[in-house]
Design a protein around this ligand. Structure first.
Ligand code: ZN
Length: 398
C-alpha cells in the first residue's frame, strides 16, 4: 500500500476554520496528506515528507468567486472601466457592453478564458461560477489549471440596445430564449460532473429584464430538478429597475418572488439597485424579501464602485440575514480585492467603521438546495495551497 505524501505548510497567517467560523492563526501550520487536510494548528509534531516555509504569506482556504465573466474579461479593461453615461445612470450595459461583445471573436474569448483562469488562481480563487457562452472551452481548460468551475451557459429572450443614445429598448426573440435554455440543458447533461466532478453546471438566464417570465420559470424548474444553483443578473441598473416597475408594478426582486423563482438555490447577480437604495428612491422591502427567501447575493463590488455606484450596504444585507457572497465579475479577478472594497464601501455607506469589518471570505459556494448542501473546499481542490507554496521555500523532511 502506498502512503500518501504529507506536506506541511508553515505560514505567517493561516485562515483557519473552527467548525463555527474563520479564525486568524498567527504562525500556523497546515498539513496536507494526499487530498485531505490532516491538521491545522499552531504546530505539528508528526511525520511530514516535505515542508513549505512561507513566513510572510497568508494561507487561506480556496476562495470562491460566485460571479464572473471570464470569456469577456480582461478585454473590458480600459474600455468600459471608470466611465459611464449619466443618461443610463453610469451603467455600461446598454451602449458599451454590446459593442465590446460584438467586436470579439471566439479566439479572443478563448484567450480571455486562459488569462482569467490564471488570474483567478493567482489571487487564491480555486472555484469560480462562470456565466458566459464559451462553456465547452471553459470545461476543456478547467483541469489544465486545476480550477473548480461551475459553468452557467447564458441564454436570454431579448437584448438591449439604444438607437438614439437616450432610451434603452429591448429587442425580443422568444424562440432564441427557449433554444438557449435547451442548449444549456444539453450542456448540463454533457458536462455536469466532468473531470472527476471538477466541473459542475448551474442554470443562468442572463438578466431579469431580458428573459420572459416563462423562460425564468422553466429555467428555475430545471435548476431545482438537477439540484444546482440558479443565477440571474437582477437589480443591476436604474434603467432595469425602472423598466421592471413599469412592466410589472413591482421591483425586480418582488417580481421574482411573485414568479416563484426566489429560492435557496437562487443567486442574485448584483442586487444593488433595489427598493430602499438611494439610487431608486423607492420604498424598501427588497432586502427582507431576499432574506426571507434564503437566496444568495453575488456581490461584485468593484465593477460598480469604479463608476460611483455602491450597494447600500453590504453590512445591512448581511445583518438582515441575506446570504452574501463575493463575485469578481471582470478584471481584476481577485476576491481579495473584492473583500477589501466591499468592506471599505460598506463602511462609507454606513458612515460607521464598525458596520462591516471585512466580509467573511467566500469559501463555500452558494447553496444548491434546502439542505444547503454543496461541495466544500478542501485540499481536494488541487491548487488550494499553491498561491503560497510557489513562493515559499521548500525543503524535504519535517
Ligand atoms: Zn455579470
Amino acid at each position: 500500500m502506498t502512503v500518501a505524501k504529507r506536506t506541511a505548510i508553515r505560514a505567517g497567517y493561516v485562515i483557519a476554520f473552527d467548525g463555527k467560523g474563520h479564525r486568524l492563526l498567527r504562525d500556523g501550520v497546515v498539513v496536507v496528506e494526499g487530498d485531505n487536510i490532516l491538521h491545522v494548528g499552531p504546530r505539528f509534531d508528526g511525520r511530514v515528507d516535505e515542508t513549505v516555509d512561507a513566513p510572510d504569506r497568508v494561507l487561506t482556504p480556496g476562495l470562491i468567486s460566485t460571479h464572473a465573466h471570464i470569456s469577456g474579461s480582461p478585454l473590458d479593461r480600459s474600455f468600459i472601466e471608470d466611465c459611464g453615461n449619466p443618461q443610463f445612470w453610469f451603467s455600461g450595459l446598454f451602449e458599451m457592453l454590446p459593442v465590446r461583445s460584438d467586436s470579439q471573436d471566439e479566439e479572443a474569448g478563448r484567450a480571455c478564458v486562459d488569462f482569467s483562469m490564471a488570474e483567478l488562481l493567482r489571487g487564491g480563487v480555486t472555484t469560480v461560477m462562470e456565466i458566459g457562452t464559451l462553456g465547452d472551452y471553459v470545461v476543456e481548460r478547467a483541469p489544465h489549471y486545476g480550477l473548480r468551475v461551475y459553468m452557467g451557459q447564458a441564454f436570454r429572450s431579448g437584448k438591449w440596445l439604444t438607437r438614439d443614445g437616450k432610451r434603452v429598448v429591448w429587442e425580443w426573440n422568444e424562440e432564441q430564449g427557449r433554444q438557449g435554455l435547451k442548449r444549456a440543458m444539453d450542456f448540463h447533461q454533457r458536462w455536469d460532473g466532468a473531470h472527476g466532478d471538477l466541473v459542475r453546471c448551474f442554470v443562468s438566464p442572463s438578466q431579469i429584464d431580458t428573459c420572459t417570465p416563462e423562460l425564468l420559470k422553466d429555467a428555475k424548474r430545471f435548476a431545482d430538478e438537477v439540484k444546482r444553483p440558479y443565477q440571474v443578473h437582477t437589480s443591476q441598473s436604474v434603467v432595469e429597475f425602472n423598466e421592471m416597475v413599469q412592466r410589472h408594478g413591482k421591483t425586480p426582486i418582488a417580481w421574482m418572488k411573485e414568479l416563484g423563482v426566489l429560492g435557496q438555490n437562487t443567486v442574485l447577480g448584483h442586487a444593488i439597485i433595489i427598493g430602499g437604495s438611494s439610487w431608486t428612491n423607492y420604498p424598501d422591502g427588497d432586502i427582507r424579501l431576499m432574506a426571507e427567501a434564503g437566496c444568495s447575493v453575488a456581490h461584485a463590488v468593484w465593477v460598480f464602485a469604479r463608476r460611483g455606484v455602491a450597494m447600500e450596504s453590504f453590512g445591512r444585507y448581511r445583518e438582515a440575514g441575506v446570504n452574501m457572497s463575493l463575485g469578481t465579475d471582470t478584471n481584476p479577478q481577485s476576491v481579495i480585492e473584492a473583500m477589501r472594497w466591499a468592506a471599505v464601501v460598506s463602511k462609507m455607506m454606513e458612515r460607521n467603521t464598525e458596520a462591516t469589518t471585512a466580509p467573511t471570505p467566500s469559501t463555500r459556494p452558494p447553496s444548491v438546495g434546502p439542505a444547503r448542501s454543496c461541495v466544500t473546499i478542501s485540499a481536494a481542490s488541487p491548487l488550494a495551497p499553491r498561491p503560497i507554496s510557489c513562493s515559499g521555500r521548500r525543503r524535504r523532511g519535517g
